[in-house]
Design a protein around this ligand. Structure first.
Ligand code: SP5
Ligand code: ZN
Length: 345
């Protein structure tokens, strides 16, 4: 299996995050996560590692707002210019309620406008890392478009919480959405469509936002109920798409404690939606934070369960681009990711 990975992710290592009212050090979405997965991949003979190709900004601008990408590109330089002594990290303390339309000029004002929570810390290498991460996703999508049955974008930072014009939940550029949109353009001439299935523990709110009014990309997210879990304001079952896109989004919120069997039953409903849609390509937002011992999770899926989930998805036999999202039980992250990839090899 072709796997796309870039060391550039190391440049994004925020010093802390603010987590439900307390400071968390170190940042949970840390470079060690990739190290664990790479170590596990070293033990198998099917991991065909590649550096990503640079696709430039066009495929990113096709799903993200250009002023938002400009903000990400210049935020650190602007922050350094005003905080040269101890820049630490750029993190706003005042957040925009988007029902107020003003977009402020100041850097912290824009940061509050473009960042949805306190985990979207920007440091010196954040933009470079986010670009490299998106290029890993695009490179994986390209190899699937060129005939591979599956490919893996080993992306960091993750992407599924990033919307058209906002960062959040450790995410800056929506890697899965960028890949799905790129594939939908590839497939357009043959009237082919794309489905995105998000199995990260958290709702893929950014992906939902980006494709909400479109009928050419079906989006489905299975996640912890937003009534008790991040991102709180999206991910409910009655969010079904809008306009042209009505009926082309599905949320499957799950209760805390959901085990392998209950998860697989819900997955079967999602897979039935995908079969009916009959996409030419499938993109998976693969978050391993559904794992029972994840420090952020409340869902109790086992390592064997992760393998079974992947088995069921692979049985669709749709060309599949797998995109790395969350997963914070680092000591099991390599093993869990191997279990997930194996059915696609
Ligand atoms: C990519 C990804 O997995 N991002 C996750 C970001 C989650 N950050 C939210 C942290 C707050 C969680 N509060 C948990 C309390 C409920 N048990
Ligand atoms: Zn997650």
């Amino acid at each position: 299996m072709k796997i796309f990975y870039s060391e550039t992710h190391r440049q994004h290592e925020p010093p802390f995050e603010v987590f439900d009212g307390g400071l968390r050090v170190p940042y949970l979405e840390n470079p060690d996560r990739m190290h664990r997965i790479l170590n596990a991949l070293r033990d198998v003979d099917w991991a065909d590692m590649h550096a990503p190709t640079d696709f430039g900004l066009d495929p990113l601008l096709a799903v993200h707002d250009s002023e938002y990408l400009d903000f990400l590109a210049s935020a650190w330089t602007e922050w350094l210019a005003t905080h040269p002594k101890d820049p630490s990290t750029l993190l706003p303390a005042t957040f925009a309620l988007r029902r107020h339309p003003h977009k402020p000029k100041s850097l912290l004002g824009r940061a509050g406008y473009y960042i949805m929570d306190l985990s979207g810390c920007i440091v010196a290498g954040t933009y470079e890392a986010a670009l490299a991460s998106a290029n890993c996703a695009l490179s994986a999508a390209e190899s699937v478009a060129n005939g591979e049955s599956a490919a893996f974008g080993l992306c960091r930072p993750p992407g599924h919480h990033a919307g058209k014009d906002y960062a959040g939940g450790y995410c800056f550029i929506n890697n899965a959405a960028v890949a799905a949109n790129w594939l939908s353009q590839k497939a357009r001439s043959q009237k082919g469509r794309v489905a995105v299935l998000d199995v990260d523990y958290h709702c893929g709110n950014g992906t939902q936002d980006i494709f909400y009014d479109r009928d050419d990309v079906l989006t489905i997210s299975i996640h912890a109920d937003p009534n008790h879990e991040y991102p709180s304001y999206m991910g409910y079952a009655d969010e079904r798409g809008a306009g042209q896109g009505l009926g082309f989004h599905h949320n499957f919120p799950l209760p805390a404690g959901t085990d392998d069997d209950a998860y697989l039953k819900t997955l079967e409903q999602a897979l039935q939606n995908i079969r009916e849609f009959d996409p030419k390509y499938l993109v998976i937002s693969a978050g391993m934070d559904i794992y029972a011992d994840d420090p952020l999770g409340t869902i109790k899926v086992t390592t064997a369960g992760i393998g079974e989930i992947a088995e069921q998805i692979a049985s669709l036999k749709i060309p599949t681009t797998i995109i790395m999202e969350g997963g914070y039980a680092n000591e099991m992250l390599g093993k869990n990711m191997l279990e997930f990839l194996l059915p696609f090899v």
